[in-house]
Write a protein that binds this ligand. Structure first.
Ligand code: IPE
Ligand code: MG
Length: 225
């Protein structure tokens, strides 16, 4: 969800107003994905690198995420959405926020609709380091791709088919490094607060027009011959 700060700066507003405006975009896009029958929807809310921002912005984002969890969990629960988190639970994440996350996860645990995963204090490299550490701690001698995949933050989360990066940046920025090996990447010029349902549809259309060959010569989703 990139571009909140620039959206605000363009309007002469403090950067944090951009994050506030981004909340609406988030829930609109989530609604759109849910209506389309998307099963897994993941957002990058706060990265392991975002701690480098000014302390006021970091504090704002921590509080903001806590408020979103508090304010939205009931509504999401009623819509049969299952909430999950991926990321590192280190001491920098306030205990109150961790408790809110745990509440939201517990409340929605048995829901059978869309799984809404929030990547918070998430870094792709950190995730791999944490997975390797767990594997070492377990005394595992032989490692396969499955061993790594089983030790990621959410082993049940399927690799994403589509990753959308907003705000005209063309980088992966440490997002789902392992998981996006064969994901289709779609880039949008829209700043996150301007990103809406139509942008989601455009991105999905672009995804549908791609040929996915996974290193082979035919798209396994297409019939051969
Ligand atoms: C939101 O956009 C991403 C978060 C970390 C919440 P940015 O805050 O990165 O916005 P820009 O890139 O400065 O415009
Ligand atoms: Mg940014």
């Amino acid at each position: 969800m990139d571009g909140n700060g620039r959206w605000a700066e363009q309007r002469g507003l403090p950067r944090t107003d951009g994050h506030t405006a981004g909340e609406q975009a988030l829930f609109e896009v989530l609604d759109g994905a849910d209506e389309l029958g998307v099963g897994w929807f993941t957002v990058y809310a706060f990265s392991t690198e975002n701690w480098r921002r000014p302390v006021e912005e970091v504090e704002f984002l921590l509080r903001f995420n806590e408020e979103i969890m508090l304010g939205r969990q009931e509504e999401l629960h009623e819509r049969n959405i299952r909430i999950r988190f991926i990321g590192r639970r280190d001491r920098r994440v306030p205990r109150r926020l961790v408790r809110r996350m745990e509440e939201a996860v517990a409340l929605t645990r048995d829901n059978t609709g869309l799984t809404f995963t929030i990547a918070f204090n998430y870094g792709g490299r950190a995730e791999l380091v944490d997975a390797v550490q767990r594997i070492v701690d377990a005394g595992t001698k032989r490692v396969s791709e499955k061993t790594i995949a089983r030790n990621l933050y959410d082993p049940e989360m399927p690799d994403p088919d589509l990753v959308i990066r907003t705000s005209g940046e063309y980088r992966v920025s440490n997002f789902l490094l392992w998981e996006l090996a064969y994901s289709e990447l779609v880039f949008s010029e829209a700043l996150w607060p301007d990103f809406g349902r139509q942008h989601l549809y455009t991105a999905i259309k672009e995804f549908q027009d791609r040929d996915r060959r996974y290193g082979g010569i035919v798209d396994p989703g297409e019939s051969i011959g």
